[in-house]
Design a protein around this ligand. Structure first.
Ligand SMILES: [Zn+2]
Length: 672
């Protein structure tokens, strides 16, 4: 069943433990997970752009690390067969692990099966055989993909973990399965025109292969896909998706390269898949648990006709994730997305490259080099009336697509505060591998943002706390927070990052933070500029995931929070970002100091006030720039009175926006 290499890995990792399922294919109930994050001392790094460097997140230890036994598998297996899931308990206590398989395939369908729970004893490491007949989508003649999603429970605490993705395809009669790990990407590299050319030629000869075939788990049994309602629209069918991470071949137009298509009635719309561990804290966007789809807004794309071998259209998808309408004669097409975004603003453009470090050598970039990724899905347009919309799921590596959907929402958000600039985001796949955000530095590999106001260049590294931790890319509030530092850096420069905190009041310190570093936290007393800077990043994450015009606001904080009764709440902590708490004033009042919590809520208040009183982000930059020493605010520690004077000078003494800044400053207790 497994390859020799896989077997060797199993033997190496097995320590005489036997995995015992506590239950099988039973409902586990909703085990909510979490993420958590942190910050480190400031240091400089020659690889970062010349600007202010702000260290941030870092996930807590996940207790158990898990991934497929061979990430590089390429095997054709006769069924029944199984494939190993390797689990290692890094904690000093037993951990209960619930295992769910989640598949995508058969025309953008998704399905999941809960396999059961098992106890991974403290410090134990073993391999759990996963019966491949339980893959929730059994696609015949087209590629599907599968992750294992793990719910970890240690005592009363819960976490989540998601493995790397495997691609697979069944043969008729479900007698045989072909399984790919990252090897599928190597196929793509060696034959960039079509990673599955052989199959495409077969498909052209055998019309039955053009109809989706296979079974989908509906929650209680496998049902034939033919019995299910069609998805995606009429007149076409979608095949599998393969992603790859390498330099784009010079012979083919790169996604994003402007190339108009022939006028016609059909648009092609793509989606990214996403999943966040800090879901459902009361936010309005991306609040669902599990894997979900989102329009691939603003994403670089290329549409090719595989019958003619010609590029049909290339450019950037619109705010709905669609191409313009065009003429698509019957035939086979490939839609390729790159992990890049671009939006046009009134004064320029903002671009974002999401780069992922791969642990494999693809014959081009050496291992661990951050590279932009590509993913391609094939579909057929059938003869007959032209479809108006072709809906395509394109499956980039999840850590990248998570960042892309947050970036797409940021670009789509009213008052996003961006005018021009380039953002480079790096992280790493697969989920069980470390990313070294510390290269050239020396601090832990935690997330950070480094932005130059003058150059309009920003680098974000989405990291983690320790080698085995999940990437912070699974936490949307960390990703949104880092975007906040970048946007503020572009707009006005980043304020000071002095987190010095001499107070002895435990409610204004971070000693209760156990899952992450204690350099600063939502409630810590900081110099006022640092509180204002971190508060802005929290505000920006809150803006991304909440409706600005609604009366409520929910922020999912990614470290422990100790409330005023000294009870420690576990992350993600649902924080109200709309109501005054006056943490500094009530817990540890000191002049010229600030608390992130107060500044987040103050900034949200002036930025979501009724329009006549509202400080838009572009006006916020002007208020600050009026108050700061020219030419920008980089590394400054601006007092409240200086900020207030800046608002007065920018707006005028009798402007409702200025009076709102003053009254909100009083109401939220940032006026010290
Ligand atoms: Zn921060």
């Amino acid at each position: 069943m497994e390859t020799n290499l896989a077997r060797k890995k199993i033997e190496r990792r097995r320590r005489g433990r036997v995995a015992v399922w506590l239950c099988s294919l039973a409902a586990l109930g909703a085990l909510e997970g979490c993420g958590r994050h942190e910050e480190a001392p400031v240091s400089t790094n020659s690889q970062r752009v010349n600007g202010v460097y702000i260290p941030e997140g870092g996930a807590s230890a996940p207790w158990v690390s898990a991934d497929w036994v061979d990430l590089d598998v390429h095997s054709r297996l006769a069924l029944p067969a199984s494939f190993g899931l390797v689990m290692s308990n890094n904690a000093g206590e037993d951990v209960t692990v619930g295992v769910t398989l989640e598949s995508f395939g058969l025309e953008t369908r998704k399905a999941s099966i809960f396999l059961g729970s098992l106890v991974v004893p403290a410090r134990a490491s073993f391999t759990v055989p996963i019966d491949l007949s339980w893959l929730p989508i059994r696609s015949v003649g087209s590629v599907s993909s599968v992750h294992a999603s793990l719910q970890l429970q240690k005592g009363r605490a819960q976490r989540q973990l998601t493995t790397s993705r495997l691609a697979y395809e069944f043969e008729p009669g479900l007698s045989t399965i072909t399984l790919w790990g990252s090897t599928a990407r190597r196929f793509a590299l060696s034959n960039p025109r079509d990673p599955r050319q052989e199959r495409m030629q077969l498909a052209a000869l055998d019309a039955t292969l053009l109809t989706p075939q296979g079974d989908v788990w509906n929650g209680s049994s496998f049902v034939p896909v033919a019995a299910l309602p069609p998805v995606g629209g009429a007149g076409y069918q979608i095949r599998g998706s393969v992603d790859f991470w390498e330099a784009w071949p010079a012979s083919v137009p790169a996604p994003g390269t402007p190339l108009d298509g022939p006028p016609g009635p059909t648009k092609v719309c793509a989606s990214h898949t996403w999943k966040f561990y800090d879901a459902s804290v009361g936010e309005d966007y991306f609040w669902m648990n599990g894997f979900n789809a989102e329009p691939a807004r603003y994403t670089a794309a290329l549409l090719e006709n595989y019958d003619t071998g010609q590029a049909v259209w290339a450019g950037w998808l619109g705010p709905s994730g669609c191409t313009p309408t065009m003429d698509l004669p019957a035939g086979t097409y490939g839609l390729t997305l790159a992990s890049k975004l671009r939006t046009q603003t009134n004064s320029g453009a903002v671009t974002m490259d999401v780069e992922t470090e791969q642990s494999f050598d693809y014959g081009g970039a050496p291992p661990n080099t951050p590279v932009v990724g590509y993913a391609r899905t094939l579909f057929d347009v059938h003869p007959g009336p032209a479809p108006s919309t072709v809906q395509v799921g394109v499956y980039l590596t999840t850590v990248a697509s998570n960042i892309l959907v947050v970036g797409g929402r940021m670009f789509d958000m009213p008052d996003h505060g961006l005018s021009q600039g380039h953002i480079r985001v790096t992280t790493r796949d697969p989920s069980s591998n470390n990313i070294d955000c510390s290269s050239g530095g020396g601090e832990p590999p935690i997330s950070w943002a480094s932005t130059s106001h003058a150059l309009k260049e920003s680098t974000i590294c989405i990291g983690r706390k320790n080698t085995l931790d999940p990437s912070d890319a699974w936490s949307k509030f960390v990703v949104g927070h880092e975007f906040g530092h970048t946007v503020q850096g572009f707009g006005m420069g980043n304020l000071t990052t002095d987190y010095d905190n001499p107070t002895s009041q435990p409610l204004c310190r971070c000693d209760h933070v156990a899952s992450s570093n204690q350099y600063h936290c939502l409630q810590s007393q900081e110099v006022i500029g640092a509180g204002a800077s971190e508060g802005f990043a929290h505000l920006y994450a809150s803006r991304i995931f909440n409706h600005q015009e609604q009366s409520d606001c929910a922020f999912g904080y990614y470290k422990e929070f100790m409330d005023s009764s000294y009870t420690v709440q576990q992350p993600p902590v649902a924080v109200n970002c709309k109501t005054p708490v006056k943490w500094l004033e009530n817990q540890c009042l000191t002049a010229n100091r600030g608390v992130e919590y107060d500044w987040m809520n103050f900034l949200y208040d002036i930025n979501s006030a009724p329009s006549s009183q509202r400080t838009s982000l572009s006006n916020l930059w002007q208020v600050y720039l009026t108050a700061c020493s020219p030419p920008e605010c980089e590394s400054e520690n601006l007092s409240w009175s200086a900020l207030k004077d800046g608002a007065k000078a920018h707006y005028g003494e009798f402007d409702a926006r200025y009076t709102r800044v003053v009254s909100s400053g009083d109401n939220f207790g940032v006026n010290h």
